[in-house]
Write a protein that binds this ligand. Structure first.
Ligand code: GDP
Length: 589
């Protein structure tokens, strides 16, 4: 069997590597350990190391060239690009763009989605769509566009927080009579954080008090300079109510999409995102999938999040049964064992047995991630910087009034001029809501509130997602705390260095030391004063100091590869043959 190809960047975080090859991060960490590399889920490994690991799963790694260039230009690589990284360049074909609509409440998101659906879904059939599945497709100049039709930030950010990224393009709806409002700014923050291109629909231009120029001015101030003002943002006047400008808007979407070179391999691995899912009393689990690569077929066995099943039926968004669905197609599917979450990734696997194995790995990985997530508090920031998770501090600021928000932002920006960056993702007046928490979770940010409260819902989500919310009533206390956290980052960093490994061959009882491990040093050396960690399979059963190190009858300070020795551990005697002993030191780097 020939190896699968995969493009890897010069350095990759374990979590991302695991996701790329659909393995649990824990499994990858174990593989690295057996190769002598100790790394946490959030640490990066270089190309050579990653290539060795993926080779064990049958992948041929090549250095990623194009993706690196894209990364420089766009920052974060969109998830779909990562998903198709293993596909051969020459098999990639353009696919329809997937669009989501964001904007302030009442600016016309729902009306616009309805207007697009009724005017553009193949004329005559529109009335036939009785059931919404969370997405639909329209045709513009012979090309398809997929719309995710659950408007609002919650859906978008929830997906992003789960690492998924359904949308390729964001349509930002701004009412021409109302202008940029808090949720408009929030939507921009979400889209920018996810590196999804924005196109503005300037809605309600039919209204007498519509003021397009004022809106353009406001957008320009937010770095969305309209193209007719010499900028890069398309601002398209529409009226959802009168069905005006819809064609122009769709045309605009295609132009933005063409710029982004949205592609997939229709014949490649079948992967995508769960758009929504529910349990129907009579039909079982109903889910909407967005296919992002490959072609989904009825009868396929899929894994979606932690559920799986053989797809009994695939329907298109009009409720019509279909046999196959290619990239960017939204489909309603039946046959899953469990209800997956919106934003879960799905993929086709060969057998149900494989599906079950993947799920048990994922459950294990979720446990690991829950532990890792807890590390997002200000106190732990320093630790995160050490292990490479955080390069700087991402903040979301909420304050009671604009008058306090402005000086806070100025003060914090000053603090961020030091060696370690501080980035304010979003600053707004008002209480801390669920959306703030989802944005924080997706962007690994901390939320700082000044004279505001966190909603009950937001608190609950924050607990679940491990997001740190800090409330202050005095500005200097806030800046002081953040300054301390930033300074902490500059303190010396300690690193663990593995110096040797040994295999436990037998266990015996020595009266003085209790139970002792009879080992052979397989690599490096063991040192009496160094630290020891005992593995049983993947589990660490002991970690701490060595109580004794003996060669034959003598106490020794160290023992080298190839020799046998007896090792006792302080306050630990549950040693078993074939445990693996790893000896390491902790040093300042
Ligand atoms: P959403 O909260 O963003 O989903 O906004 P809706 O789509 O529910 O629209 C809010 C209100 O604005 C409704 O009363 C709509 O009828 C109205 N509306 C939406 N689009 C237009 C438009 O283009 N022109 C006018 N005059 N009213 C609109």
């Amino acid at each position: 069997m020939s190896n699968k190809k995969i493009d890897l960047p010069a350095s990759i975080v374990i979590r991302d590597l695991a996701q790329m090859i659909e393995k649990s991060p824990i499994e990858i960490i174990k593989k690295l350990m057996t190769n002598g590399v100790m790394a946490t889920i959030n640490q990066s490994v270089d190309f050579d190391t990653a290539a060795i690991v993926v080779a064990e799963y049958g992948f041929d790694a090549t250095p990623e060239v194009i993706e690196e260039e894209v990364k420089k230009e766009m920052g974060e690589v969109p998830l779909w690009r990562q998903m198709i990284a293993g596909e051969d360049e020459k098999h990639l074909k353009p696919r329809p763009p997937v669009v989501t609509i964001l904007g302030h409440v009442d600016h016309g998101k729902t009306s616009l989605l309805d207007a697009i659906r009724t005017t553009e879904v193949a004329a005559g059939e529109a009335g036939g769509i009785t059931q919404h599945i969370g997405a639909y497709q329209v045709e513009q100049k012979g090309r398809l566009i997929t719309f995710l039709d659950t408007p609002g930030h919650a859906a978008f950010t929830q997906m992003r927080a789960r690492g998924a990224q359904g949308a390729d393009v964001v349509i930002l709806v701004v009412a021409a009579d109302d202008g940029v409002m808090p949720q408009t700014r929030e939507a921009i923050a979400h889209a920018k954080a996810a590196r999804v291109p924005i196109l503005v629909a300037l809605n309600k231009v039919d209204k007498a008090n519509a003021n397009p120029d004022r809106v353009k001015q406001q957008l320009a101030e937010l770095e969305l300079v309209p193209d007719d003002w010499g900028g890069n943002t398309m601002v398209i006047p529409v009226s959802a109510k009168l069905n005006q400008g819809i064609d122009d808007l769709l045309e605009g979407v295609l132009l933005v999409a063409d710029n982004a070179e949205i592609r997939a391999n229709p014949a490649g691995v079948v992967i995508g995102t769960v758009i929504e899912a529910e349990l129907d009393k009579s039909k079982g689990v109903l889910a909407t999938f967005l296919v992002q690569n490959g072609t989904l077929e009825s009868g396929d066995i899929v894994v979606a999040g932690t559920s799986y099943g053989k797809l009994k039926a695939i329907n298109d968004f009009k409720g019509k049964p279909i046999k196959k669905a290619g990239p960017s197609t939204p489909v309603a599917v039946m046959g899953l064992s469990d209800v997956p979450s919106a934003g879960d990734l799905f993929r086709v696997v060969a057998t149900e047995k494989e599906a079950r194995a993947i799920i048990s790995e994922r459950l294990e990985a979720i446990k690991g991630q829950a532990q890792a997530k807890k590390k997002m508090s200000l106190e732990d920031l320093f630790a995160n910087v050490q292990i490479g998770e955080t390069k700087g501090l991402n903040l979301i600021i909420k304050a009671d009034v604009q008058g306090s928000l402005d000086p806070i932002v100025t003060e914090l920006n000053k603090l961020g001029e030091g060696e370690i960056g501080l980035k304010i993702l979003h600053a707004e007046t008002g209480n801390i809501g669920n959306n703030d928490v989802m944005l924080a979770s997706a962007s690994k940010a901390i939320i700082v509130g000044f004279n505001v409260q966190a909603d009950v819902d937001a608190r609950r989500t924050a607990d679940k997602e491990g997001v740190d919310i800090r409330l202050y009533e005095i500005i200097y206390r806030m800046t002081e705390d953040i300054e301390k956290a930033l300074k902490g980052m500059l303190a010396p960093v300690t690193v663990e260095k593995i110096i040797g490994r040994a295999q436990v061959l037998q266990v015996f009882t020595a009266s003085k030391f209790g139970r002792v491990a009879g080992c052979r040093v397989t690599e490096g050396e063991l040192r009496r004063n160094a630290k020891a960690r005992l593995y049983r399979g993947a589990d660490i059963v002991f970690e701490g100091d060595m109580g004794s190190l003996r060669h034959e009858k003598d106490d020794v300070k160290e023992i080298k590869q190839g020799f046998e020795c007896g090792v006792g551990f302080k306050n630990f005697s549950d040693i078993q043959p074939s445990d693996i002993l790893v000896c390491y030191t902790v040093e300042n780097s």
